[in-house]
Design a protein around this ligand. Structure first.
Ligand SMILES: [Fe+2]
Ligand SMILES: [Fe+2]
Length: 270
């Protein structure tokens, strides 16, 4: 038996189960070193998966990641299902040291949007995210944060009305006064806190206000504008976008006024 063990896996991303497996393995077989080797293709490039491994393994003196050493005992990670669950939004199953990182850097948000939204809504979310980034950058604000807000804003929109009612009764009862199509803007922050561990107040507040336009922080205005004017909506919004690029508050006021007129004519909110 070698003094070194290798654990091969996709590690897309490394999960708490992988780390627990290695801890057990070391205790039982007394390995001096355990090397986590990411193999095969993943949703994230190998380099990024390795960076995540590095962050996850930092507290463990005898665990590392890198190229596969020769003459090591080889094991295989059995956590593919857990990895898939992480990519679909259950960040609590990821290794402890990377949970915050995944949410803060928006890793797996592409997978998340595809898992939680139908193709039409996923395309809308990406278009909103791109426009959010452009608007933020035009105003010297954080483009990555704005992109993340866009990607996540409709994450609970595909949930049933019963699910929405249950969440709101428990966490946001005052939001029940609004029509069900509005509920997703109030259930999304709850879901994002519980599943992705997101606590960024500015991000959550922007999402909470994206349907009704109730907040005028720059990020909230950007998300509101982008949600209503992104190109897949199918109407000519070039004037609204151009104005918003120059003057955020003026663009926000115009888009909000147009949304109110649309509602008066019997259009849907959402
Ligand atoms: Fe939306
Ligand atoms: Fe929405």
């Amino acid at each position: 038996m070698s003094r070194t063990a290798v654990i091969r896996g996709r590690f897309d991303p490394v999960t708490a189960e992988d780390v627990a497996f290695a801890v057990r393995l070391r205790r039982e077989k007394q390995y001096e070193k355990i090397v986590f080797v990411p193999v095969a293709e993943g949703s994230l490039p190998r380099e990024t998966r390795q960076d995540l491994l590095q962050a996850a393994l930092k507290p463990y003196r005898r665990f590392c990641t890198g190229e596969e050493p020769q003459d090591a005992d080889v094991y295989t990670s059995g956590a593919e299902e857990k990895e898939a669950a992480v990519r679909q939004g259950n960040y609590a199953l990821a290794a402890r040291g990377i949970r915050k990182l995944l949410a803060a850097e928006g890793l797996y948000f592409e997978d998340l949007v595809d898992a939680c939204c139908n193709p039409h809504r996923a395309a809308h979310s990406r278009a909103v995210a791109d426009l959010c980034r452009q608007l933020a950058e035009a105003h010297g604000l954080d483009g990555d944060l704005a992109w993340r807000a866009g990607m996540l804003h409709d994450i609970t929109k595909g949930r049933s009305e019963e699910w929405g009612r249950r969440i709101l009764e428990r966490y946001e009862p005052e939001a029940l006064q609004y029509a069900p199509p509005v509920w997703h803007s109030f259930t999304a922050p709850v879901w994002l806190k519980q599943n992705l561990g997101i606590t960024d107040h500015e991000l959550l507040a922007a999402i909470r206000n994206h349907t009704l336009g109730g907040s005028q922080t720059p990020l909230a205005m950007i998300l509101y504008i982008a949600d209503k004017t992104e190109p897949t909506r199918g109407y000519d919004s070039t004037g609204e976008i151009a104005l918003s690029m120059k003057d955020l508050a003026a663009g926000f006021a115009l888009v909000k006024q147009e949304a109110a007129e649309w509602l008066k004519k019997g259009g849907a909110n959402g």
